[in-house]
Design a protein around this ligand. Structure first.
Ligand SMILES: Nc1nc2c(c(=O)[nH]1)N[C@@H](CN(C=O)c1ccc(C(=O)N[C@@H](CCC(=O)O)C(=O)O)cc1)CN2
Length: 284
């Protein structure tokens, strides 16, 4: 009989947060305080939820969070000045700018202004370059979280065929690089890929970050594959769903991440991990 196992991101993220809590307590006992600056521009409701959850995670672990809530119409120059000021503060270890930013602000410019030693989101070109050539640096939290989900579920990566659907700078591209680092054979597919079903069906590990609700059905999935769903949407009944048609795909795959409770919580756990790692970093 076919048995699908659920990869429980909520439980795995809770485990990582507990490990970090212990580590931070030991750091505190030695006089070290971890501090994260959290910047939100505007009041996009989804961003407010994510920022709120990040602050709660900080509190749980013992990381001090400094909140900067800027109005929607904040000029780009003002945001860049704030980041430059935070770059200089020795008592701020990490800087997080919640995305997306309002249209009048150039996201690339903002990301490039964050000092790479404080780039706990792993979005800075230097962090991405370091990942590309196998040097130390911060790694984007969602893909780093997916590696943890696979490893902590005992899923072998080395030598496996991995197909990543999606090529964003935040998820698809770093995901492909991380799977390559773990010795998978990696294909990156996207909206212009021909015969997407055939390509996706090659995957032992299929990672979907395409941004289309429930697009991936069992026709895209090889029997026994591991399916990781990065999407978050609201369906016609206002229920959260991913890029994967969960019920349909669960009938053929071996492991699957749910939405909610799969990849999402890992993004925050890995951000906390990067904050802890940022302590004592010299320019690298
Ligand atoms: N500066 C950043 N901005 C954004 C990032 C990021 O990593 N850094 N990623 C996303 C949003 N994001 C974190 O910021 C994020 C998204 C989803 C979740 C999550 O836990 N999702 C839950 C469902 C939550 C809900 O009720 O909506 C789940 O999947 O179980 C956490 C973080 C874009 N911006």
């Amino acid at each position: 009989m076919h048995m699908t196992q659920i990869i429980d991101g909520k439980a795995i993220s809770a485990q990582i947060k507990d490990e970090l809590k212990t580590k931070v307590a030991a750091m505190k006992a030695e006089g070290t305080q971890v501090t994260l600056a959290v910047i939100q521009v505007g009041d996009d409701p989804a961003s407010s939820v994510y920022v709120g959850n990040k602050k709660k995670a900080c509190e749980y672990i013992g990381i001090k969070s400094l909140a900067y809530e800027l109005p929607e119409e904040t000029p780009e120059k003002e945001l860049l000045s704030l980041i430059e000021e935070l770059n200089k503060k020795v008592d701020v270890n990490g800087i997080l700018v919640q995305l997306p930013l309002p249209e009048h602000i150039d996201e690339d410019k903002v990301i490039a202004t964050i000092s790479p030693e404080k780039d706990v989101d792993g979005f800075h070109p230097q962090s991405v370059g370091a990942l590309c050539i196998g040097q130390p640096g911060f790694v984007s939290c969602t893909p780093a979280g997916i590696i943890q989900l696979l490893k902590r579920s005992g899923i072998e990566i080395s030598g496996k065929e991995c197909v990543v659907i999606g090529r964003s700078n935040i998820v698809g591209k770093p995901m492909a690089l991380l799977m390559l680092r773990e010795n998978a054979t990696v294909t990156v597919a996207h909206s212009r890929t021909k015969d997407l079903k055939e390509v996706a069906k090659r995957a032992d590990i299929l990672i979907v970050a395409i941004g289309k609700p429930k697009m991936i059905t069992k026709e895209y999935v090889k029997e026994g594959a591991v399916v990781i769903d990065v999407g978050i949407h609201r369906d016609e009944n206002k229920k959260l769903c991913g890029d994967v048609d969960y019920e349909d795909v669960a009938a053929v795959c071996s492991w699957v991440t749910p939405v909610p409770g799969g990849v999402g919580p890992m993004t925050i756990a890995m951000l906390m991990n990067n904050c802890v790692e940022s302590v004592g970093l010299e320019a690298r």
